[in-house]
Design a protein around this ligand. Structure first.
Ligand code: ZN
Length: 86
């Protein structure tokens, strides 16, 4: 079963056959280099309520939002412990 990772800049999706929180690569669509975030984590970031989102959230690439969310404790453990999950 393949896992989907999303470009932090243009949200192009790529599939990999392993499951981690993110994959660092260059995007073949937009040329950006960064952390492709697992689709489950992307969905978790999208589900953070507007009032809990820090300033500048919308302007940040997806991978920066992930780091911010982890730092601020906005994601719960279930969302981020992909390595142990499946
Ligand atoms: Zn891209």
């Amino acid at each position: 079963m393949s896992e989907t990772y999303v470009c932090p800049y243009c949200e192009a999706a790529v599939d990999r056959d392993y499951r981690v929180q993110y994959v660092i690569r260059s995007c073949s669509e937009c040329g950006g280099h960064g952390r492709f975030v697992h689709s489950t984590v992307t969905a978790a970031l999208d589900s953070i309520p507007e009032e809990e989102r820090p300033d500048g959230w919308a302007a940040q690439p997806l991978d920066e939002r992930l780091l911010t969310a982890v730092r601020e404790g906005l994601l719960n453990a279930r969302d981020t412990q992909l390595r142990n999950g499946c």
